[in-house]
Design a binder for this molecule. Structure first.
Ligand code: ADP
Length: 265
């Protein structure tokens, strides 16, 4: 709490006393801390690929350029790092647009079965390559929801992408949808590495990763789930996660069903 004491105006002074204002600044302090942590995280994440690119550039300039094969190898790494930087910046821009509610919405009735099917076909080649079975349980006659189809697709993309990333070959990823009490429930279940109980409450924070090294290796920077949470919230929905380390995870979200289920952004 911050204490403000202001003497009363000249005319009132004879009556004596001060006006005391109590204001809760703990919220603001928390926000400031989060902001500094965010900036520190972003700077670190941007610097890592840049340091690597600079290292390879210097080695090339120092003579490695003359060895064609080495040069090609270094350039490939630099290209991958550049891609990672681009992805990081794109994700950051997406997240800040969503957080500041600056996204243009195409608010309309959405058939989630369409969205899910589209996203699943997008990921089929990747699943096949990793030898992961990609299944869906989509009953007919599900209610439509109200929302932005591209943003809802983004939710599925991030969840399925994670499920495939954190599931070893031979595993299974299942996307299901069901109607429940005027809501539509969608879940993405995997048979992957799972998430330790102590990490579960933090999993939707920006930049939170259970295992930084592993996640970075997989191209992750810890923003995907923060984006998911914001989109679901903007649609008046809820998201939750259950997980057993070594067995797998289930991310499920609900959305208000029906054409009148519009929420304001
Ligand atoms: P990232 O880009 O690192 O995947 P996310 O925000 O999408 O970032 O996820 C945050 C962290 O949550 C990941 O780094 C990973 O540790 C964990 N995680 C997310 N989805 C899964 C999953 N399906 N199985 C296991 N761990 C997961």
């Amino acid at each position: 709490f911050r204490l403000h004491a202001t003497p009363l105006e000249e005319a009132d002074r004879e009556k004596g006393g001060v006006v005391v204002l109590l204001r809760d600044v703990t919220e603001r302090k928390k926000l400031d801390d989060m902001r500094s942590e965010f900036v520190a995280n972003v700077s670190h994440e941007l610097r890592t690929p840049l340091t690597s690119i600079r290292g390879f550039l210097e080695t090339l300039l120092d003579g490695a350029l003359d060895d064609r094969e080495t040069a090609r190898h270094f350039l490939e790494i630099m290209s991958a790092e550049t891609e990672r930087l681009t992805r990081l910046i794109d994700d950051l821009l997406d997240l800040s647009k969503i957080e500041e509610r600056r996204v243009v919405h195409r608010w309309q009735p959405v058939d989630m079965i369409d969205v899910i099917s589209r996203v699943l076909s997008m990921f089929r080649p990747q699943a096949r390559e990793k030898n992961i079975t990609l299944l869906s349980r989509l009953p007919s006659g599900l209610p439509v929801v109200q929302g932005d189809p591209d943003m809802l697709a983004q939710v599925l993309i991030n969840l399925v992408d994670n499920a495939l990333k954190y599931t070893p070959g031979g595993g299974q990823v299942t996307v299901s949808a069901a109607a429940a009490d005027g809501r539509l429930e969608v879940s993405v279940a995997d048979t992957g590495v799972g998430i330790p109980a102590e990490s579960l409450p933090r999993i939707f924070e920006r930049f939170y990763r259970v295992d930084k090294a592993r996640s970075r290796e997989l191209g992750g920077i810890g923003i995907g789930l923060a984006i998911v949470k914001h989109i679901i919230r903007a649609h008046g929905g809820k998201i939750q996660v259950e997980s057993t380390p070594g067995r797998g995870s289930v991310f499920s979200f609900t959305l208000p069903a029906g054409e009148g289920a519009a929420t304001l952004m």
